[in-house]
Design a protein around this ligand. Structure first.
Ligand SMILES: C[S@@+](CC[C@H](N)C(=O)[O-])C[C@H]1O[C@@H](n2cnc3c(N)ncnc32)[C@H](O)[C@@H]1O
Length: 242
């Protein structure tokens, strides 16, 4: 079962700032938004769309059609309740099972989902197939420095986060994390796997960025610690025209 369908986890996720405030409340948005291509008339696929924030943003930017897929029925129900635009459709489906029609989309987008995927190369291959030539793959994945260690937590010295442990970096695969009070399974992929996997598929790498908190958030509690290790990796890759 997708952890987002667990009642306690779903409630805790709903209480997060990004769940209440949407894109503007997401720490990566100030870096992700400028990476979007021109969406006027575009066909967009959002992998792991959650509440559908990015689907609605794409429609507002002029996309002709937007499909958001997600394997959590609870997340999709929340997305549907916030959506009234007929250009947006949601489908209950895992990234691993989706049919990925050939050369259909101008943009494939995925925000904070790919670290739930064991076989990144298989998804990359399908995304490459489903993009039109010239199309764009834009994603944000938890950073390998963030996913490598055990438990995804600081080493604490009393109340103070002493350091962030990176361990077993070159052993990619499943990690048991504690996220929002639940045991959540994620997958660590090395930086080489994340970037070379795209190049091996035929993508041209256009942008690589590591998300930092917006400068105007730095006074908020805990924000200074977000400068001590990267949490998210933003990537834009393009399927070149023949
Ligand atoms: C952190 S949320 C991000 C949601 C949305 N992309 C956003 O940025 O607001 C992760 C989402 O990935 C979905 N998810 C996790 N594993 C998935 C999978 N294998 N296939 C489809 N969706 C998945 C979850 O249900 C959840 O909605």
């Amino acid at each position: 079962m997708n952890i987002y369908d667990n009642t306690a986890f779903f409630a805790a996720y709903a209480a997060m700032d990004r769940s209440k405030g949407g894109l503007e409340a997401a720490g990566e948005w100030h870096q992700l938004q400028p990476l979007f291509p021109d969406l006027r008339g575009a066909a967009v696929l959002d992998l792991g769309c959650g509440y559908g924030w990015h689907c609605r943003y794409a429609a507002r930017q002029g996309a002709a059609s937007v499909l958001g897929i997600d394997s959590s029925q609870k997340m999709l129900s929340a997305a549907a309740a916030m959506t009234s635009d007929a250009r947006i459709r949601y489908e209950h489906c895992g990234l691993e099972e989706f049919a990925y029609p050939a050369a259909r989309y101008d943009l494939v987008l995925s925000n904070l989902v790919l670290h739930y995927i064991e076989n990144l190369d298989a998804v990359y291959g399908q995304v490459y197939r489903t993009l039109k030539p010239g199309g764009c793959f834009l994603f944000n994945i938890e950073h390998p420095c963030f996913t490598a260690g055990v438990g995804q937590d600081w080493v604490w010295e009393g109340e103070r986060p002493k350091h962030w442990p990176i361990d077993n970096y070159f052993y990619p695969g499943q990690r048991q994390t504690n996220f929002l009070g639940q045991t959540v399974l994620k997958y660590h992929h090395t930086l080489t796997q994340i970037l070379m996997g795209l190049l091996d598929c035929g993508f041209r790498l256009e942008v690589v960025e590591e998300a930092m908190p917006p400068a105007q958030w730095m006074h908020l509690p805990g924000m200074a610690d977000e400068m001590r290790r990267p949490m998210m990796l933003l990537v834009r890759a393009r399927k070149e025209r023949p």
